[in-house]
Design a protein around this ligand. Structure first.
Ligand code: GTP
Ligand code: MG
Length: 230
């Protein structure tokens, strides 16, 4: 009988991706671009919270007498350019990254999307990752910060069911909290307890892009995290 050879492809692909991600992080720090990966399930409110955050960052800068922050967004989707157009309408540079069915974003994709900005430097560059609660966890996107959204209509128990995504996140952002009165089953305390099993110090923001609740605190936290490295 012939010998069987087992080749560990997955590990080497992930290791190569992580090494490219480390290079990308360092390059962006050197040019002053803080890169944030926004992850969540489809429809959790990624694009809407990015729009609310853009507004908040601009308002805060104006209130502090600072120049308007330079912002850019990479919009990753399986297909279409709907979200990139929404971001463009807000006057922010955006690139649509169509993965053509691939359920996560890898470094070669991030590089191509970033190159499409033509060498511009930004105060903040955001990635709206593919709407998916499983696959993006495994692929480092070169971001300095990864945040995980969970919307109130999805239910509070997702941390237990999809732990890898929450485990790689630096913060949990509960979205659509204006739906809380309509969803009495949503147990915020149980959600926080579960999140802190994975990350004892996990920052948790309770937000509504619709009402603006939690947006000033979230924007302030992004500024703080950026200031730690840039
Ligand atoms: N009530 C309420 N609705 C929201 C809020 N944020 C988003 N929505 C709505 O939720 C739906 C999905 O929001 P999106 O921002 O498109 O969600 P997404 O995660 O970007 O979706 P995909 O890119 O398709 O994965 C839209 O109808 C939004 O108007 C919120 O804070 N409150
Ligand atoms: Mg979207």
């Amino acid at each position: 009988m012939k010998e069987t050879r087992v080749i560990e492809i997955k590990q080497s692909i992930l290791a190569e991706n992580t090494s490219q991600a480390d290079d990308f992080r360092a390059e962006r720090i050197a040019e002053g671009t803080y890169f944030v990966d926004v992850m969540a399930s489809p429809g959790a409110g990624k694009t809407t919270i990015l729009l609310a955050l853009i507004k908040q960052l601009r308002e805060d800068a104006a209130a502090a007498g600072e120049p308007e922050p330079k912002l850019a967004v990479i919009e990753a989707d399986l297909e279409s350019d709907v979200d990139a157009l929404k971001i463009k309408e807000a006057g922010v540079q955006s690139v649509e990254l169509n993965t053509k069915g691939v359920c996560h974003v890898e470094m070669n994709m991030v590089r191509k999307a970033y190159a499409a900005f033509g060498g511009e430097h930004y105060d903040y560059m955001f990635l709206e990752n593919i709407g998916n609660l499983v696959c993006p966890a495994e692929f480092d996107t070169g971001a300095h910060l990864r945040v995980m959204l969970l919307s109130v209509p999805e239910g509070w128990d997702k941390v237990m069911k999809y732990p890898p995504m929450f485990a790689v996140a630096d913060a949990l952002i509960v979205t659509k909290c204006d739906y809380l009165p309509l969803n009495p089953d949503f147990d915020m305390e149980a959600l926080k307890t579960q999140a802190r099993v994975l990350h004892p110090d996990m920052p948790i923001f309770v937000t509504s892009a619709r009402t603006g609740e939690g947006m000033p605190e979230l924007a302030a936290w992004f500024r703080e995290k950026r200031a730690e490295v840039i």
